[in-house]
Design a protein around this ligand. Structure first.
Ligand code: HT9
Ligand code: FE2
Length: 374
C-alpha cells in the first residue's frame, strides 16, 4: 500500500505563466512579460497580433483551471489530503495574491509545481525569483512566512513522456499511409538565448546547450525509441526550436521549426510530425507558432505535417504529478523513496544548487540552496 501522506506539506501551489483573457488585456500582459527584458518593440507588436488573432484570449488560463481541477480530483480519488492553489507570474490570479491567501489560510509548508518541465532561467529560476518577490511582499505586510519548496523537473517522468509517445502514434495515424513510414519527427521547444541555454542547470553540468538542451534531447530520444519500437519503423528525428524573441544580433537556439520544415522538404522528406515536447499544454506558443505559422509553412511547401498532443490533463500526467508530490513529501520526512525517471539523465535535483540557471543580473530566488527563504 503506497504511502499517501503529503506530510509535511500542507498545500500545493500550481505556478504558471498566465495569459490575457480579452483584447484589453493583451498590451498590459505583454508589458508584464517583457518588463526589463530588452524585447524589441516590433517583436512585441508582432506577438500582440498573435493574441488578437484569437480575440485577445490565450488558452493558457483555461488550461490551468482544468489542470487545477484534475489535480484536485486525482488527489481526492487517491486519499491525498492536500489543498491545491493556483497563481501566475504575468496575469491574474497573480502569484503574490495567491501566496497571501495561502498564508491567511494557515498554509506554512508549500510545495510548488511549475508548468515548465525543464531546467532554464525562464522555466525555473525566474519562477523562483517570482516566489522570492512574493514572499518579500507577504513578509513586508507583516504576515507569517511560509516555507516554499519546488518540485523537481519532471521532463523524464513517465507521466510526462508516455502520453506524448502515444500522441506521436496518434499523429502518425493521421498522416496519409503512403508518407507515414517516411515521416520525420521534429521535437520542438521554446528557443532561448544560447548563453542562457549554456548556463542552464547546476554549475558543474554546464556544457554546450547546458541542461536545457540535454534534457530535451533525452526526452526526444526516449519518445523516438518508443515510437520505433511500437511501429517497427526507424524514423529520422531532430530537436528544433520555435518562438524566438529578443534582438536579432543575440544568438538563440536554432534551427527554427519553419526553417527546419523547409530544409527537410528540400531534402526529400515526405512528411513531418511536430512534437511539442517543450510545453505542457496547447497555449499560444503551440496554437500560433505551430498550428498557425508552421502549418501555413507546411501548406506552402505542400509538405504533409501534423502536430502531436501536449500532455494537458492526461490522467497519466496528473497521476505522475501526484507521485512526484508524494515522493518529495517522503524525502522531506527523511525517507528514501523510489525516484522514478526514464532516460539517461536520471531524476533531477530536488533543491536547485547555488548558481543553477544564473540570471544576467543576480536577484534573490526562493526554494534553492542559499535562498533567503528556506
Ligand atoms: C523557455 C520558455 C518557455 C517554456 C517554459 C514555460 O512554459 O515556462 C516559455 C513559455 C511561455 N512563454 C509565453 C509567452 C511569452 N514569452 C515571451 C518571451 C520569452 N519567452 C522565453 C522563454 C520561454 N517561454 C524567453 C527567453 C523570452 C524572451 C523574454 C525573456 O527573456 O523573458 C513573450 C514576450 C513576447 C515574445 O517575444 O515572444 C511572451 C508573450 C507563454 C504564454 C503563452 C500563452 O499566452 O498562451 C508561455 C507558456
Ligand atoms: Fe515565453
Amino acid at each position: 500500500m503506497p504511502d499517501e501522506r503529503p506530510h509535511p506539506y500542507d498545500a500545493l501551489l500550481l505556478l504558471s505563466f498566465g495569459g490575457p483573457e480579452g483584447p484589453k488585456d493583451v498590451v498590459p500582459f505583454l508589458e508584464n512579460v517583457t518588463r526589463g527584458r530588452g524585447i524589441p518593440r516590433e517583436r512585441l507588436e508582432e506577438v500582440g497580433q498573435h493574441y488578437f488573432l484569437f480575440d485577445g484570449v490565450s488558452p493558457i488560463n483555461a488550461q490551468n483551471r482544468e489542470l487545477l481541477a484534475a489535480l484536485r480530483d486525482d488527489f481526492a480519488d487517491h486519499g491525498v489530503d492536500l489543498p491545491v492553489y493556483w497563481g501566475n507570474r504575468n496575469w491574474g490570479p497573480y502569484l503574490t495574491d495567491t501566496l497571501r491567501e495561502m498564508v491567511q489560510d494557515g498554509r506554512r509548508r508549500i510545495l510548488t509545481l511549475v508548468t515548465s518541465a525543464y531546467a532554464s532561467y525562464s522555466g525555473c529560476r525566474q519562477y523562483r525569483e517570482n516566489l522570492a518577490d512574493a514572499l518579500a511582499t507577504v513578509e513586508a505586510e507583516g504576515l507569517p512566512l511560509p516555507r516554499v519548496d519546488k518540485l523537481r523537473h519532471y521532463f523524464n517522468h513517465p507521466g510526462f513522456v508516455e502520453p506524448m509517445t502515444e500522441g506521436v502514434l496518434t499523429a502518425l495515424a493521421q498522416l496519409p499511409e503512403a508518407v507515414r513510414d517516411g515521416a520525420r519527427l521534429a521535437f520542438t521547444t521554446h528557443s532561448i538565448p544560447t548563453a542562457s541555454a549554456d548556463t542552464s542547470g547546476p554549475a558543474e553540468g554546464h556544457g554546450d546547450g547546458g541542461a536545457y538542451v540535454a534534457e530535451h534531447l533525452d526526452v526526444a530520444r526516449l519518445i523516438a525509441d518508443a515510437v520505433r519500437e511500437s511501429t517497427g519503423t526507424d524514423r529520422p528525428w531532430e530537436l528544433v526550436y520555435q518562438s524566438r524573441s529578443g534582438a536579432p544580433h543575440i544568438p538563440w537556439l536554432e534551427p527554427d521549426i519553419c526553417d527546419h520544415l523547409e530544409a527537410v522538404h528540400a531534402d526529400g522528406a515526405p512528411a513531418v510530425v511536430m512534437v511539442p515536447i517543450g510545453f505542457v499544454s496547447d497555449h499560444m506558443e503551440v496554437l500560433y507558432d505551430l498550428d498557425t505559422e508552421a502549418l501555413a509553412k507546411a501548406r506552402e511547401l505542400g509538405l504533409p505535417v501534423v502536430r502531436s498532443a501536449t500532455v494537458g490533463t492526461d490522467p497519466r500526467f496528473v497521476a505522475g504529478l501526484r507521485e512526484l508530490v508524494l515522493e518529495r513529501a517522503a524525502t522531506e520526512r527523511g525517507e528514501v523513496p523510489q525516484r522514478c525517471a526514464l532516460g539517461a539523465l536520471g531524476p533531477s535535483h530536488d533543491v536547485c544548487p547555488a548558481g543553477c540557471c544564473p540570471a544576467r543580473a543576480p536577484r534573490p530566488a526562493a526554494a534553492g540552496t542559499g535562498s533567503p527563504y528556506r
